[in-house]
Design a binder for this molecule. Structure first.
Ligand SMILES: [Zn+2]
Ligand SMILES: [Zn+2]
Length: 301
């Protein structure tokens, strides 16, 4: 239950439940503590996380494992305390694994730290070759600071090393049937309506202040083509289809095989407000509940 609450962005409720455990004579184990640290992480509770981390050994006799350290590093990275996070990496009794370097790469992207981005990408590539997500994230960091030469270098590297970007795909269930979407997909029988819906939403979003983040698109194509691809990302198509195919007011649930991209994440905050509908995207990392112009992940995923 603690894990479930945390996954869905109810960090504080998760912690309340954990605090009840000793009163009910239920001893936590190391898994409980991982979920508790995750809950703090998702709710942005820095002091609490540090306290629980300390309490683990002192109060519950649980030795922190690699996973607990990973939570703390992820957490500090999210809060922008990159030096403190690296300090833990150096001092902890394990070699940092792929999930730790992955967390640091994510933090580097958010805080636009090229140096940390390069280091963590390099470490990730030695630990797990052929994972295209690493190149893409590093390219995103370069793009966010306008380092286009390096973006181009990444693109060439991905091409040369035959690292194929796993195509983004989304699923949505409407009336007991599963529909799949890829970028720029026109195979759906209601394709015309879907594209019209996106156009209509695009106008309303622009009026509300949405600006497409062209830089997240790494396709090697012209600017105009990029804009077109971005506007028709698979998750946007899936959401547009849901809007025309489900009854108004029903929550929309979309599943994605990769991380949700930064632009779609921003776009969905606008869309849920415009259509006054709850929107849930389940990506490879977590649940994103969009409502009232914000997401339950607190913009960290
Ligand atoms: Zn997208
Ligand atoms: Zn989110």
């Amino acid at each position: 239950m603690i894990g479930g609450l945390a996954q869905h962005g109810h960090g504080k409720k998760a912690l309340l439940l954990f605090d009840k455990m000793p009163k009910d004579d239920v001893a936590p184990n190391h898994v409980t503590l991982v979920t508790v640290l995750c809950a703090c992480n998702l709710a942005g509770l820095v002091t609490e996380a540090k306290n629980y981390f300390k309490m683990m050994e002192e109060s519950f006799g649980i030795q922190p494992t690699q996973e607990h350290y990973a939570c703390m590093i992820d957490f500090l990275g999210r809060a922008g305390k990159l030096d403190e996070a690296m300090d833990i990496v150096k001092k902890m009794p394990f070699e940092a694994n792929a999930s730790i370097w992955g967390a640091l790469l994510g933090a580097a992207r958010i805080h636009k730290n090229i140096e940390l981005g390069q280091l963590s990408a390099e470490m990730l590539l030695t630990l797990e070759l052929e994972k295209s997500g690493t190149h893409v994230l590093l390219a995103n960091i370069y793009a966010s600071v306008g380092s286009w030469d390096n973006v181009a270098k990444m693109r060439r590297l991905m091409k040369d090393s035959k690292v194929k970007k796993e195509p983004g795909m989304n699923w949505i269930e409407v009336k007991d049937k599963i529909y799949t979407f890829t970028v720029g997909d026109r195979s759906h029988s209601r394709s015309k309506e879907i594209y019209a819906k996106l156009e209509e939403l695009g106008d309303l979003m622009a009026k509300a202040g949405y600006v497409p983040m062209i830089e997240v698109d790494l396709h090697d194509v012209e600017q105009k083509e990029k804009e077109f691809l971005l506007a028709h990302h698979s998750e946007k198509l899936a959401v547009a289809f849901a809007l025309i195919a489900t009854p108004p007011g029903a929550p929309i649930r979309v599943k994605k095989n990769l991380r949700i991209c930064l632009d779609c994440h921003t776009a969905f905050k606008f869309i849920c407000k415009i259509v006054s509908q709850e929107l849930i995207v389940i990506d490879i990392n977590r649940f994103h509940h969009f409502s009232d112009e914000s997401c339950s992940c607190g913009d960290y995923w």
